[in-house]
Design a protein. Structure first.
Length: 570
């Protein structure tokens, strides 16, 4: 006997939680959330219930649609939802409010690797909400949006073909299929959009396809603000990971993860994040199974294993494979630092004031008058005989640069409470402000050294040296920065780096590209001008001194190959 869709949904959740089905941490948390809510739904004070009929209706509708691509289309087969897909659809549509029966979830974030059936699933959801939503939305507006016309059609095209190959749907609901729209007799329509719909749109369903490609949140925000006039709208983000951890997509993923962890409360956001765990060996079979729920179905296992083997053998292919098949965010296509390990080092409880009695090495990377400048603190503590490093950043950018439309990531960081990116007045950086902040640090902490690159900081360091603090120039050359990068890399891998989640520093680190030369030496570089690395360079500069004098109480010796203000010790 065929199991009902709610039964499949609940069984999938139980199998994942019990370890009977492969799943990463985030999928396990999503399943735990579902099962916990089922238990809580019997409590009169819990505002939601799982409606089996509402969960069943869209699943049955989607399974009545035809395949439109590949061998299954050639064989005229209908779509068949796998258990993980039933879980997604049943959660989005099955959870309703007890007081009015309308949907609980108004947003869904689905991070799914390539070739796992994202587009047919989104197309099916789009057609369901166009024609058969419960209750039916008269004059529904369904939009599939993306940053390019080609991408916007990746969901709309299969939806159009599905509708075209389902004459019963057309006749029963008065569906008309046009070149760039699908419309119904009650005035509902389904259209692809590029960039964003008009401000007058009243969005029933907004599909953000491959949201990782968006540099700004304009499309997402326009969909969201256009939803307020609808009874039970849905904002569906369906994407793979990408290369820009400063993107709105990555921010949304972090928000979704906090909801799953229970550190942020948002009942309206449903998410399924298929990726690997931080300790998963990306070169092994387990990684493929954790991240690819349709492995062996729509994802050819042999072909994916071959791609994995190619990535292992060719470093140039590694980050593309990790990002598109394992959903690991890799900001640069060949990023230097293991950002998963860096994420593990995050501790939001850390504050610089907790380290007033610990040795401090500071480093500054001052940019030109209109660009990002950073100051980084690295405190050192010895734990079990090993140095541990506690890292804090402070960053500056002219307010005119922050306010540019393409710099929404800067705006978010500046508007954070407290701000993690300081806006300096006008169109140029305020060097006196940075110097005042450094002087405040000198008076507050046990500053052993301030390290710098003399390109823009030489004069400021001369002035600070007059306070008695040791200022050390670290030339921006391979012979100095390569050992520092290796020391930082090792400390991150060992879990001996600790930071408070500074998003500017994290972004800059993820932008660093470092190709080893014939002598296995590194030098920090960036792939594109807009991918800044200033904060990362400041941290690496600090590690040039931290790593060269691991004992916090050890003074720099006369053999240190650095220039100190007024003293050359080459």
């Amino acid at each position: 006997m065929t199991q009902s869709f709610p039964t499949v949904c609940h069984k999938y959740a139980s199998d994942v939680v019990a370890g009977r089905a492969p799943a990463c941490r985030w999928v396990k948390l999503a399943c735990q959330r579902h099962l916990a809510d089922l238990d809580r739904s019997t409590d009169a004070s819990f505002p939601y219930r799982f409606d089996e009929a509402k969960a069943t209706r869209p699943c049955r509708f989607i399974q009545a649609l035809p395949h439109v691509k590949g061998r299954w289309a050639a064989e005229r087969q209908l779509l068949r939802l796998e258990p993980w897909q039933v879980f997604i659809v049943a959660n989005i549509f099955g959870w309703v409010r007890k007081d009015n029966g309308l949907r609980k979830h108004r947003q869904a974030f689905l991070l799914i690797p390539r070739k796992n059936g994202k587009s047919p699933l989104a197309a099916g959801i789009g057609l369901y909400m166009l024609t058969c939503d419960d209750p039916v939305e008269v004059g529904a507006e369904i939009y599939c949006g993306a940053t390019s016309e080609k991408q916007a059609w990746e969901v709309f095209r299969p939806a159009k073909l599905m509708a075209d190959k389902t004459p019963d749907l057309q006749s029963a609901l008065g569906v008309s299929i046009n070149a760039k729209s699908i419309v119904t007799a009650n005035g509902s329509r389904f259209e692809p959009v590029i960039g964003k719909p008009g401000d007058g749109a009243s969005v029933s369903l907004g599909i953000c396809d491959e949201y990782h490609e968006a540099d700004t949140a304009i499309l997402y925000d326009t969909f969201k603000t256009g939803m307020v006039g609808r009874q039970q709208p849905l904002l569906l983000v369906i994407t793979t990971a990408g290369y820009n951890v400063a993107s709105p997509c990555h921010d949304l993923q972090l928000e979704a993860q906090k909801v799953l962890e229970g550190t942020l409360e948002d009942d309206q956001l449903f998410s399924m994040i298929f990726t690997v765990d931080a300790d998963t060996d990306w070169t092994g079979e387990e990684a493929l199974r954790l991240a690819n729920p349709n492995l062996g179905i729509s994802v050819d296992e042999t072909a994916l294993q071959h791609d994995q083997e190619q990535a292992v053998q060719n470093p140039a292919k590694q980050n593309v494979f990790k990002t598109k098949h394992l959903n690991i965010w890799c900001n640069a296509s060949s990023a230097w630092l293991n950002m998963q390990r860096w994420k593990e080092c995050e501790d939001h409880s850390l504050e610089p004031e907790q380290f007033v009695n610990d040795s401090l090495v500071m480093a500054v990377d001052l940019a030109s008058t209109t660009d990002l400048s950073s100051a980084v603190k690295v405190f050192t503590r010895t734990i079990d005989g090993k140095p541990h490093y506690y890292i804090f950043g402070r960053h500056y950018l002219p307010e005119a640069k922050i306010g540019l439309p393409e710099n929404q990531h800067y705006q978010r960081w500046n508007l954070a409470v407290p701000p993690v990116l300081m806006a300096t007045d006008g169109a140029s950086i305020d060097y006196p402000l940075i110097e005042r902040d450094l002087r405040a640090d000198i008076s507050t902490y046990k500053v052993r050294e301030i390290c710098f690159d003399k390109t823009y900081a030489g004069q400021m360091m001369q002035q600070l040296a007059a306070t008695g603090v040791t200022t050390v120039e670290v030339p921006q050359k391979v012979m100095y920065l390569s050992p520092a990068m290796k020391a930082l890399e090792a400390a991150v891998a060992d879990g001996r780096c600790h930071h408070n989640g500074d998003p500017v520093l994290t972004w800059c680190l993820s932008n660093v590209v470092a190709h080893a030369d014939a002598n296995d030496n590194y030098f920090p570089r960036k792939e594109k001008p807009n991918l800044k690395i200033d904060a990362a360079v400041a941290l690496i500069t600090a590690f040039a001194r931290v790593a060269s004098t691991p004992d916090p109480n050890k003074k720099p010796s006369a053999n240190d190959i650095y220039e100190r203000r007024g003293v050359r010790t080459l």
